[in-house]
Structure formats: C-alpha cells, structure tokens
Design a protein around this ligand. Structure first.
Ligand SMILES: *[C@@H]1O[C@H](CO)[C@@H](O)[C@H](O)[C@H]1NC(C)=O
Ligand SMILES: *[C@@H]1O[C@H](CO)[C@@H](O)[C@H](O)[C@H]1NC(C)=O
Length: 277
C-alpha cells in the first residue's frame, strides 16, 4: 500500500549523525587504516547502510508492494525446481532449529578487540580440520576427492562451513594488524599469472559467494525505538538455522587426527555421479 510509505524528512537523524561525525573527524584514508578509528568506521558503515536502506524506501514507494504479488500467506513450498539437493556425507547431521541473532550493539566473545579468549573462541569454530569419509560416500559426491594412502577405503573432504569460518577469521585478523601482523601476499596460485595471491581478498570473495548462494530471506524488521525516538532496524530476529552442535559432532566423529601424506597419489577406482547441469 503506497500510503504506508511516507517520504523521509529532508534531514533524518541519521543524516545529521553522519554530518556531525564527518565534521568532528577527518576521514582520510590514513585515518581509516588506523585501528583506533575502526569502531568509528563501522558506525559510519552501519549508518550508510541504514541511510541507503531508507533511501530505497524513499525512491521505490511508487510501485506498491501489492502490485503483481499475491501476498496472502501460503503453505511454504521448497522450490527445488528440477534440482535436488546435492549429496553430502553430512546431510543426515542437518537439524533445523530457530535462533535469535545477536542484538545490534551487544558484544559476544567473537567481538573485538581481540584477546587470547577471542582467538580461542574463533579457532574452536573450525578446528575440526579434515574429515574422513568412506569410499562409498566419496563415490556419491558430485566432485572427485582423493583416497588417502594411510587407510584403505578412506577419502578426505572438509565441510565448506569450516572453510567459510576460517576465512571470516582471516578477515577479522586482517582488521587487527598490530596483533596479527599485516597480511602478506603470496605468489599467484595460477600458473603464469603475475598477480600475487591475496588470501584476505580470496576470503572476501568466497564469503560473498556463500552469502549469495544461501540468500537468507529472513526479514529484518524496523521497530520504534523510544530512546532514539525513531524507527530503527532490528537484526535480533528469529532465523531458521541448522543446529551447529550436530554439524560439529559429525565433524568430530570423522576428524582426521593424524597428518596424511598428500604427496602420495592413491588414485581411485570408483566411478562418480555424472556431472550436474
Ligand atoms: C596470550 O597467549 C600468548 C601466547 O600463548 C601468551 O604469551 C600471553 O601471555 C597470553 N596473554 C594473556 C593475557 O594471557
Ligand atoms: C565439480 O563439478 C562441477 C560440475 O561438474 C564442475 O563444474 C567443477 O569444475 C568441478 N570441480 C572440481 C574441483 O572438480
């Protein structure tokens, strides 16, 4: 309904805030590089996000959300189209549950500034390492994986969620160079490519791909905030989540707890599912 969208006042409190802040702090690049200004940078990024979200509201109201949309509640359908979910050896470990995300401003043990406890908290999210799967499980994978020389009929994989968390931790560490050092570039991983490999940059991209792949459509809501005297976005809403402990239990039970010799090529005899697509 178009009437639900009223144009924002010319200067919203957010605009004032941004202006105020840019007056009091010079935001040149050197400043942003400095650790001490990171919270300010984050605040400004969040404000920019809010302002741009608000602007969308300002710019799009002409097309009523009702137009061309049957918005009445329906029985949810999983639209797999012609695709079935691809096999994962961990698929039976997937349990769904509801979780409320952290309220904006509330700090968890994963927040900075980093301490030994922060590091420990982050490491324990993904130090499950590599998982051992059976050759018959490996044969069901859409992509080939190697058997290991140490154990007959055992292949290796690692769950992507652990790689994602490792990458997020890598980006987090890059934000605190005085504790973790300045991230170093290494020679390109692509033969003949002169451009050095930037691990942090790789991590940003892999997380982008994952966020877009999973495209969480949980609605964040706007609620009236009495203290601020304005409507404010809330991220502490209920999400449908995969139970984390069940995934961890799966990985711990399969954890490879020795160093396997990657330089021996066992080869594989089994066929794989034909490539999809
Ligand atoms: C943090 O861990 C490092 C390395 O293990 C250690 O040298 C340091 O004393 C620890 N710091 C604190 C505050 O416990
Ligand atoms: C995995 O399989 C897909 C689909 O066949 C293919 O496009 C992709 O290149 C494969 N990746 C690897 C590493 O085998």
């Amino acid at each position: 309904m178009t009437s639900n969208y009223r144009p924002l006042p010319q200067t919203s409190p957010l605009d004032e805030d941004v202006e105020e802040r840019s007056k009091t702090k010079s935001l040149d690049f050197k400043h942003l590089k400095q650790r001490s200004n990171l919270p300010l940078l984050l605040v400004i990024l969040i404000l920019i996000l809010f302002v741009s979200l608000s602007l969308n509201v300002l710019l799009i109201p002409r097309s009523s959300p009702k137009a061309g949309c049957d918005c009445s509640p329906k029985t949810p359908v999983t639209a797999w189209n012609d695709l079935e979910p691809l096999y994962s050896p961990a698929q039976d470990a997937v349990r769904y549950e509801r979780r409320v995300f952290t309220q904006l401003g509330v700090r968890t043990k994963y927040h900075g500034p980093p301490t030994n406890e922060t590091d420990e908290a982050w490491d324990s999210l993904y130090n499950m390492g590599i998982s051992r799967i059976t050759s018959s499980e490996a044969a069901l994978l859409p992509n080939r994986t190697e058997s290991i020389p140490e154990e007959e009929g055992v292949s290796v994989i690692s769950l992507d969620v652990f790689h994602q968390l490792h990458c997020l931790n890598n980006i987090r560490q890059a934000l605190w160079p005085e504790r973790y050092g300045v991230p170093e570039l290494i020679p390109s991983l692509i033969k003949g490519d002169p451009t050095p490999f930037d691990h942090v940059d790789h991590c940003v991209n892999i997380l982008r791909e994952n966020i877009m792949c999973n495209a969480d459509v949980t609605p964040d809501v706007w609620q009236w905030d009495e203290d601020k005297q304005m409507s404010f976005p809330r991220f502490d809403v209920v999400h449908t989540c995969r139970n984390w402990e069940a995934i961890i239990d799966w990985a711990k039970a399969r954890q490879m707890n020795y160093v396997w010799d990657m330089s021996i090529h066992v080869g594989h005899e089994h066929d794989h599912r034909p490539p999809i697509g």
